[in-house]
Design a protein around this ligand. Sequence first.
Ligand SMILES: NC(=O)c1ccc[n+]([C@@H]2O[C@H](COP(=O)([O-])OP(=O)(O)OC[C@H]3O[C@@H](n4cnc5c(N)ncnc54)[C@H](OP(=O)(O)O)[C@@H]3O)[C@@H](O)[C@H]2O)c1
Length: 286
Amino acid sequence: MSVAVLGLGEMGSALAGALLNAGYPVTVWNRSADKADSLVAKGARWAASPEAAVTAAAVVIVNVKGGAVAEELLNAAGAALAGRTVVDLTDGTSEQARATGRLATGHGADYLHGQIMTIAPAIGSPDAVVFYGGPRAGFDRHAALLRVLGGRATLVSEDPGEPVLYGMAVHDIMWGLLNGYLHAAALLGTAGIRIGDFAQQAHPSLSALPSLFPMLAEEIDRAEFATPYGALEHHLPSLDDLIAESRARGIDTDLPTYTRTLVAEAIAAGHAHDSYSRLVQRFARG
Ligand SMILES: NC(=O)c1ccc[n+]([C@@H]2O[C@H](COP(=O)([O-])OP(=O)(O)OC[C@H]3O[C@@H](n4cnc5c(N)ncnc54)[C@H](OP(=O)(O)O)[C@@H]3O)[C@@H](O)[C@H]2O)c1
C-alpha cells in the first residue's frame, strides 16, 4: 500500500516517519522542501508537487496548518485524486472537515477525516488515539495502515465532522479540569502548600472524579436530573466559601464566581433538588 504525505511540519513528519518505520512505501511533499531531507534519507521518495505525490500513492495523508491549506493542496492535485483515499488529519472545525470531504469526493476520492489526540512524538505508539469519520468500508480497508499512525484508531461516525467534535469535547473537558486544578494550586500556594503534596494526600478524592462521568452521562442522555444526593442546593454554600476564601487570600474569584452564577441560576429556576448535570441545559442555551 503506497502512501503520500502532504505536509511535513512537526506532525506530518512524525506521520511519514511512522509509516516508513512500518515498511510502507512513502512519497512526501512539503511547501518547504528542506523538511523532507531526513525522511528522504530514511527511504521516502520526494515529489515535486502535491499532484505528483498523489499520483504515486493509493492513500493520501494531508496534515497542514488549517483546512484552507488542505483544500488548496487537494485542489492542486485535482483529478489525480480519483480512485484514491484521502486521509485528512488537519485540525479545524467540523464544517471545515465536511467541506474538505466534499472537495475530495468531488474529485472522485474516498475521504476520511481523522482527529489526532496526541502530540507528534507519540505518533506510532499503540496508545495513540485518533478519531476517524467517513465511510466504514474505507476505514476498514485501511485500518492496518491507520493503526500504524495511532494504535487506537477508531471510526466514530460516517460523518467526517463528528471526530472533530469528539476531539473538541476532550479538550473542552480538559480545559475545565485544568482550570480547576490550577485555581486550586493558587489557593493552596497562598498557604505555602505545594500542589504536589496536596495531590498525593488527596489522591483518592481526585482519582474518583472521572467515575462521575458515566453517572452524569446517564442523567444527560435520559434528561432525568432528579437525584437523592449531591443536589445543586448543596453546592451553593461550598462555592460561597471558596469565593470568600479566594477573596481573603487575594487570588482570582472569577472562576468560582462563574460556577456559582450557573448553580444559583439553576436553583432560581426551580432545580435546587436536581443533580449538577442539570447545568447542561444552561450550556445548551448559549
Ligand atoms: N504538532 C502536534 O503535536 C500536533 C498534535 C495534534 C494535531 N496537530 C495538527 O496537525 C496539523 C499540523 O500541525 P504541525 O504541528 O505539524 O504544524 P507545523 O509544524 O507548524 O507545520 C505546518 C505545516 O503546514 C504547512 N503549511 C502551512 N501553511 C501552508 C501553505 N499556505 N501552503 C502549504 N503548506 C502550508 C507547513 O509547510 P512549511 O513547512 O512549508 O511551512 C507545514 O508542513 C495541524 O492541524 C495541527 O493542529 C499537531
